[in-house]
Design a protein. Structure first.
Length: 149
């Protein structure tokens, strides 16, 4: 399971010209799922994201997690995180899970994130054509792969 975590001052997801998710201070999490991902990957990755100390304290030092600073989270599924670009110029997405595997794992990921954060998080819609906006704060962008624990 791969995730791109972006610290944001604002972010939103729009589908068919309708805003379906919107936050201010918090994290935008793009998540890619592959067939080998398990509940263990979900649990480990959610704990890692929720506890990442990437929010600044009063001295400008990154000392606080999203939970400690009462931030919000948007999670967006993104199969393109598993793009293989080794050959040619057209990425291959063969490692990305098909919907029948990915959707239950994605839903479990969202539920685990809510459990870890202690409040509802917002999401995009799996498989939809989404327009994602963000104002990256810092910028701070972190990439985590659960296979590299």
């Amino acid at each position: 399971m791969k995730a791109v975590i972006q610290r944001v001052t604002s972010s939103s997801v729009t589908i068919s010209e309708k805003i379906v998710a919107k936050i201010n201070h918090g994290l935008l999490v793009l998540v890619g799922i592959e067939d080998q991902d398990s509940q263990e990957d979900i649990h480990w990755l959610c704990q890692k994201i929720i506890n990442l100390r990437i929010f600044s304290d009063e001295n400008g030092i990154m000392n606080f997690s999203v939970k400690e600073c009462q931030g919000d989270i948007i999670v967006v599924s993104q199969f393109t995180l598993h793009a293989n670009t080794k050959k040619g110029n057209r990425p291959s997405y063969i490692k990305a899970s098909k919907p029948e595997i990915a959707i239950p794992l994605y839903e479990n990921f969202v539920q685990q994130m809510e459990l870890e954060l202690g409040k509802k998080i917002q999401t995009g819609q799996f498989g939809a054509d989404m327009k994602v906006t963000l104002e990256n704060d810092g910028p701070v962008t972190i990439i985590i792969d659960s296979k590299n624990k």
